[in-house]
Design a protein around this ligand. Sequence first.
Ligand code: GLN
Length: 274
Amino acid sequence: MRPAEVLARATDYLERHDVESPGPTAELLLASVLGTDRAALYTRSEGLSSAEARRFGRALCRRCTGTPVQHLTGVQGFRHLTLAVRAGVFVPRPETEIVAGIAIAMIAGRRSPVVVDVGTGAGPIALAIAAERPDARVIATDVSSEAIELAAENAERLGLVVDFRVGDLLDPVRNEHPDLIVGNPPYVRADELDDLPPVVRADPETALLEPPGLYGRLFRQSAQLLRTGGAVVVEIGETRSAEVGREAVAAGLTDVTTHPDLAGRDRVVSAVKP
Ligand code: GLN
């Protein structure tokens, strides 16, 4: 069977198991098994070896039982980068690309800015900023040493320099005065956790579940550390903008702004140190 026929069958199989985006999922998994790209699948006439067919069958099976496609392919695109991902570290999401974009826009006028990405996970925001602003000095923190290890591997493979530090929020940042503090902190509430789809539940709970008072603490630390005129940019749950905005004001920050994503959902709050 040519890959194109294998794909048609696999798509049908995924569809019957109610997997989201069955066509693209089948393509991603087969391209990953064959070590090729998606377009090449349609021009290749050579059939799958029995080992490849077995690996592909196993991947389909695991996807149908809830394993995220990224844990099967081991990669996730983020802005211009391809990042390695694995179970145990939060998989970067498309909505966080918007957070990174707003953060990059906020330092547009600053030369050699100092940037801190809090809760970096696999490193997407820190690495995107390092790639798109080569003059920036980027520091990234995470409570999880497993995350920091993966983020550092990503930096190394991409040839980007980020100063990674294990620790909570801005705790590991004492002597710098950043121009920008950015992050996608955990913001899922305990009572929302059980309703999350299996692909989200596949992420570590520390990356999802909001510790009480997290935004307030992050804003107070930011107000202390940021250079005058520096900004903090955070991802939020879509219903939380008013509450998170109030926390920013209470911490003494100004210019508190909510930014919608492409679907019009409140996704990001930014604020400035006066
Ligand atoms: N946006 C994530 C989701 O898929 C939640 C991420 C977070 O808590 N930062 O639900």
